[in-house]
Design a protein around this ligand. Structure first.
Ligand code: ADP
Ligand code: MG
Ligand code: MG
Ligand code: MG
Length: 414
């Protein structure tokens, strides 16, 4: 059957005999269907019934945020499905369980995260989540390490690179929206009134324009590992009982390890920079800001720790073979190689962190952390500081030596 977008009304007729749904939700005559998609691209339905609930996510043949004038392939659902099952294998329990995939209808049936909210909303409401930074850091380490040549055999890795190479249009969005549009007067850009001077300064920074394209070159050419590709705080769902999940990997692609972790850190730092805009009394978000920086610190330290453990225990791919190091008694050389890798990932992450900040303030897809600051002048102040932090992160790729230094810079800028 040809693709057709679902509606809450047609979903029970069309999917009412699907065991993946009836097994978990019950018979379709008792189904209650609501569409909750708040994202930029796809439809998301919650299907509730006598026996339980499930989520049906379906791609649309265009960009939801923009409309039918911007077509986008349904195949992104295929990449999301393949990324989800790899993430589940590499970090079990970190993503919603997948129950069914229908390529023709571009739909995925998955676990309904019923106690969860989108992390970004939680951060705007100043909620704390114990162990969150550590979970996300471990997720990055496990998925990035196990999806790379450090872990995979050549045939498996190359076949997978070929598979995800097809995700052309979503990569194209990243390539344009993140790495180019913020640095010139691109058609779909917008920014808060009051930022004109800051924007003019940023666009006049020629070294920044050079650096952004160097980062883009890294993104397009360095197929180090399978990236989530859209790992911001709107792609994490959190429950108060400490269950945290990563969702929405439709941008999955082989790229540099620092991309996911840099985007994640960037979104935590934007949550930090936006807090003054959500104060009801001056300073009443200060202790929450400390928590955000501690969580950001945890992301990197848990990442480095878990990555190091995997380096020592699971280096079974085509790179840095134990035959060259441990088997020769050269354990120290393996440690030196690890330290150099972590340092390279850190420097890449700084650059990706910076461009992500710029594009969320100047490009098409803004984030709610800043957008929900209703007072425009306050929003512009927070955003101008975040723009400056992004620029400093990009220019500081070689000088911001560790997370402590980045957090200190955020404190001084914010
Ligand atoms: P998009 O690709 O359009 O951004 P997302 O996968 O991010 O779509 O989902 C959009 C929204 O749907 C999320 O912000 C979240 O509120 C909800 N959602 C998505 N997946 C689930 C799930 N498995 N359980 C509960 N809610 C979900
Ligand atoms: Mg999303
Ligand atoms: Mg979204
Ligand atoms: Mg998405």
């Amino acid at each position: 059957p040809a693709y057709e977008a679902l509606t809450p009304r047609t979903l029970p007729q069309r999917l009412g005999t699907l065991p993946a749904l009836t097994d978990r939700v019950g018979p379709p005559d008792g189904w209650d269907v609501t569409e909750v998609g708040d994202g930029n691209l796809n439809l998301v339905f919650i299907v509730r019934g006598d026996a339980g609930a499930a989520v049906v996510k379906q791609a649309l043949p265009y960009v939801r945020l923009v409309g039918e004038s911007w077509p986008l392939p349904l195949k992104r659902s295929f990449f999301e499905y393949h990324a989800l099952i790899r993430e589940e294998a590499r970090d079990p329990g970190a993503v919603p369980e997948v129950f069914h995939f229908d390529e023709d209808q571009a739909l995925i049936v998955m676990e309904y995260l019923d106690r969860h909210i989108i992390l970004r909303q939680g951060l705007i409401q100043a909620r704390r989540y114990d162990g969150l930074g550590r979970m996300l850091g471990r997720f990055c380490a496990r998925t990035l390490f196990r999806g790379s040549d450090l872990s995979m055999k050549a045939p498996e890795k190359k076949a997978d690179v070929a598979l995800f190479c097809g995700n052309v249009e979503l990569c194209d969005i990243t390539e344009n929206l993140i790495f180019s549009d913020p640095y010139f007067d691109a058609e779909m850009n917008r920014h808060t009134a009051g930022l004109d001077a800051a924007v003019a300064r940023l666009r006049a920074d020629l070294a920044l324009k050079v650096a952004a394209q160097e980062l883009k070159l890294d993104f397009t050419t360095r197929a180090e590992t399978l990236l989530h590709g859209d790992l911001h705080t709107g792609s994490v769902m959190v429950a108060d009982d400490g269950d945290y999940r990563v969702i929405d990997p439709e941008f999955a692609f082989y790229g540099p390890m620092g991309f996911d972790i840099g985007m994640l850190i960037s979104n935590f730092l934007m949550a930090y920079m936006s807090q003054p805009g959500h104060e009801s009394e001056p300073g009443d978000r200060a202790t929450y800001q400390d928590w955000l920086l501690a969580a950001t610190d945890d992301i990197w330290s848990a990442f480095a720790e878990a990555f190091s453990r995997l380096w020592h225990e699971e280096r079974r791919g085509i790179l840095y073979q134990a035959t060259l190091y441990e088997d020769q008694g050269h354990h120290q050389a393996a440690d030196v190689a690890l330290a150099r890798r972590l340092d390279a990932i850190w420097r890449d992450a700084l650059g990706f962190c910076g461009v992500e900040m710029h594009r969320r303030i100047l490009g098409l897809a803004h984030n709610a952390d800043f957008e929900t600051i209703s007072d425009e002048a306050r929003r512009a102040t927070c955003e101008a500081r975040a723009l400056a932090l992004g620029t400093a992160a990009i220019h500081g790729r070689d000088s911001i030596s560790d997370m402590g230094a980045l957090l200190e810079l955020a404190r001084r800028t914010g």
